[in-house]
Design a protein around this ligand. Structure first.
Ligand code: NCD
Length: 319
């Protein structure tokens, strides 16, 4: 069995390790179909969810995953804590460490915060990145890969031969960054589709192709999976806006609507990490239609996070 010291970035995972995490997640998922879902391996261990940024599904998913493995879970949010009095990340983590923490799941607005935590010497805990700024969100990429594998790769092995299009606000998306890295490691061909204003500088050096044309991508590339990204209004307004002329125009060029849905291949699936802007990047027909695996992604997220916590926390001494 592999052991993960930390999980900071999807590029920490080579192909063999990624497949082993997905296989472990498949074992975990099988246990989640049982009536009694709780397993004993992390009994007596403590996981702290340290979420400096808003989250619904990721935080609840990590909490559920840790509890299903019998760990104690402490949910920390800066509101109502001494962070609002100006306490630093360092002092917050030293405080948590003094109380005996085995794993820290961290979400932070600053890209690189989990990396800083893991390599600071402030804590011995395993650090799992639950999203840092616009940088990385490795467990989201793992749950997306897991979902794609279940549907399209016969449930085992890697994603060799599959084509995935990632569509929308790539610029602000840590989900896209982690997915490009992980999906290509697993052998998929990835194409990013976005207006030029929503593609990052340097995208030419990424391990994927890119296009400004969603219709052509659908018709010529015949993607097996279409991953729609949320238009991140909050990051756009913080940057002064002006990324596209109007929501209606964005929807027309890059939204997944019924006509585009109808032109996808017979087996193609539609993913979205949530939260969705219904009517903007995805219509309700696409979000709720038979190709949509959005709800399944959420369920798979628990199994994947159980696998990551398990692989990062077993075989270590409890303090
Ligand atoms: C994503 C995130 O927070 O990075 N959501 C998630 O984790 N499910 C994507 C987003 O916010 O658009």
């Amino acid at each position: 069995m592999i052991q993960l010291r930390h999980l900071l970035s999807a590029s920490d995972l080579d192909r063999g390790t990624a497949v082993e995490v997905l296989d472990t997640a498949a074992t975990m998922a099988a246990t989640q179909a049982r009536q009694i879902k709780k397993l004993p391996p992390l009994r007596g261990r403590t996981v702290v969810n340290l979420f400096f940024e808003d989250s619904t599904r990721t935080r609840i998913s990590f909490e559920t995953a840790a509890k299903r493995l019998s760990a104690d879970v402490i949910n920390f949010s800066p509101k109502g804590s001494s962070v609002s009095k100006g306490e630093s990340l360092k002092d917050t983590v030293l405080t948590l460490g003094a109380m005996g923490t085995d794993a820290i799941v961290v979400r932070h607005a600053a890209s690189g915060a989990p990396h800083r935590l893991a390599h600071s010497g402030w804590t011995d805990a395993a650090v799992v990145n639950a999203g840092d700024g616009t940088h990385e969100h490795p467990t989201q990429a793992l749950l997306d890969a897991f979902t794609i594998r279940r549907h399209l790769a016969g449930g085992g092995g890697d994603l060799a031969g599959l084509t995935v299009a990632i569509v929308g606000d790539v610029l602000h998306s840590r989900v896209a960054r982690s997915n490009v890295s992980l999906l290509t490691t697993l052998g998929a061909r990835v194409t990013l589709v976005a207006p030029p204003t929503l593609l990052p500088v340097g995208v030419d050096t990424w391990t994927c192709a890119h296009s400004y044309d969603l219709d052509r991508t659908i018709d010529e590339l015949r993607p097996d999976a279409l991953m729609m990204l949320r238009v991140q209004h909050e990051r756009m307004s913080a940057a002064g806006g002006g990324f596209f002329p109007s929501p209606a125009e964005y929807q027309r060029e890059y939204g997944l609507d019924a006509p585009r849905l109808a032109r996808l291949g017979r087996e193609a699936i539609v993913l979205h990490p949530g939260p969705m802007n219904r009517g903007l990047e995805i219509t309700s027909a696409a979000a709720d239609g038979h190709r949509s695996v959005v709800v399944e992604q959420v369920a798979n997220g628990v199994a994947v996070r159980m696998a990551v916590l398990y692989l990062a926390m077993t075989g270590k001494e409890t303090p």
